[in-house]
Design a protein around this ligand. Structure first.
Ligand SMILES: [Zn+2]
Length: 450
């Protein structure tokens, strides 16, 4: 072969598209088209595969060298000891070559077929440890996943969009990354198992985080999601719950769902009534000359709630109908409905006179003392009967999460008390509404729901 022939056919080869698209190139590319291509290290002149090679459908940037001891070998694969070679025209191929649809890499010095990790031209490739075929797409190697370019087979680093999802590969060693990753000034989250970039709301190590639905960046600050407003930490990105001071303002977020709720929202519990018993039946409470306790509490709570809304614009939650729940679950219902504070209204019975109030004897939520003090004072100003004291008792409705108190308005089985109640009812409604308003301005009376 002459140098001129070699050059022209090499060019033809290089411009010919191959089935895999781009071709892994090596440092021999220039040499192949050069008239005086010489291996500097070995001093062996390179020759191109030429027409004979084209006939056996081999393609690639490779070279064969003479004088390698394969003169008698037939073209094709040859095994010598632990090494494999590919022979064309009696000489071993060097560099990259596509054989029967798979790419192989042969040592540029001695033509040995190379396997596993190989780097050349600034890129890294992986050849099957057994067959030597170049790896494309994804592959798990020593426990880590890698991605190899679909057309050229080189190992990817950085971010990659594959089959509808983003993945992240280490910038240095190409390993697929998992978990939280800091990339170009933002946090991203990748699935711990399959490595997909995650979007939307994610529960991670005991906190909720939010990732952009499109670009996957972790969100910070106020976010409107599905009709609710949330706040994610400006530094750590954690969704906020309960009471928070943000930019100097007071805010409250649902204790379980995390969306913003009014800073003050009171749960006004009408003692007894529907479902108050665990049987789900209507529970009348005490009976006396004043009538049925459940009727009195429902009517009073409805009037106080209306007064709060009309006079102060305060959010009041009541369940004076069948939406009421077992008294042991009313504290939880208040939390579920985003309330900050709970006041339970009852009438006393059993012989006695006057008003009193309770907080839980051993499970009293923080702030209950302040709630009790305010409501007790206003109840006394309204009813004007004997003050029986601010007391403690094991009453489930005032135990748990929210600053809570239970009011015994007066004795339902005492006609003196009930006459006073009927006479001063409107004043009592006013005072209880005023007490609730006072609580709305008292930080200690506003709970986080925890
Ligand atoms: Zn009662």
């Amino acid at each position: 072969m002459t140098g001129e022939e070699d050059g022209s056919s090499a060019e033809e080869n290089a411009s010919k598209p191959v089935s895999q698209g781009g071709v892994p190139t090596d440092e021999l590319e220039d040499d192949l088209s050069s008239e005086e291509a010489v291996d500097e290290e070995n001093g062996v002149p390179w020759v191109e595969n030429g027409e004979g090679a084209a006939e056996i459908e081999e393609e690639g940037d490779f070279a064969v060298s003479e004088g390698e001891g394969f003169d008698d070998a037939s073209d094709g694969w040859v095994q010598q000891g632990d090494s494999r070679y590919y022979i064309i025209d009696g000489v071993a191929v060097k560099g990259s070559l596509c054989i029967d649809g798979s790419w192989y890499r042969f040592d540029v010095s001695d033509g040995r077929m190379l396997t596993e990790w190989q780097s050349f031209d600034g890129k890294t490739y992986y050849y099957d440890p057994e067959s030597g075929a170049l790896t494309f797409r994804n592959r798990c190697i020593d426990g880590d996943w890698y991605w190899f370019d679909l057309t050229e087979g080189y190992m990817w680093t950085g971010s990659a969009y594959i089959d509808g999802a983003w993945y992240r590969y280490d910038l240095v060693d190409g390993r697929m990354l998992h978990g939280s990753q800091w990339i170009d000034g933002a946090w991203y989250r990748y699935d711990l198992v399959d490595g997909r970039m995650l979007h939307g709301s994610q529960w991670i190590d005991g906190a909720w985080y939010r990732y952009d639905l499109v670009d996957g960046k972790m969100k910070h600050g106020w976010q409107d999601i599905d009709g609710h407003r949330y706040y994610y930490g400006s530094l750590d990105g954690k969704m906020c719950f309960g009471k928070q001071v943000i930019d100097g303002g007071n805010y409250r977020f649902h204790a379980r769902q995390g969306y913003e709720v009014p800073y003050f929202r009171v749960y006004l519990d009408a003692g007894h009534g529907w479902n108050s018993s665990s049987s789900g039946q209507w529970d009348p409470g005490s009976l006396g000359v004043g009538g049925v306790e459940a009727d009195l509490t429902a009517a009073l709570v409805n009037d106080v709630a209306a007064r709060c809304r009309e006079k102060y614009g305060i959010e009041v939650v009541t369940h004076t109908d069948s939406s009421s729940v077992w008294y042991r679950k009313r504290q939880n219902q208040a939390v579920d409905e985003g309330c900050s504070t709970l006041v339970s209204v009852h009438f006393n019975a059993g012989g006695g006179s006057g008003y009193e109030s309770y907080i839980h004897s051993y499970n009293s939520p923080e702030g209950s003392g302040a709630v009790q003090a305010i409501m007790h004072r206003h109840l006394g100003a309204g009813i004007g009967l004997k003050d029986r004291g601010m007391l403690r008792s094991e009453l489930a409705v005032v135990g748990g999460y929210l600053p809570s108190t239970l009011l015994e308005i007066c004795f339902i089985d005492n006609s003196f008390d009930m006459n006073a109640f009927r006479e001063k009812r409107d004043r009592i409604v006013d005072e209880l509404a005023d007490g609730i308003y006072e609580m709305s301005l008292t930080d200690a009376c506003i709970g986080s729901g925890f």
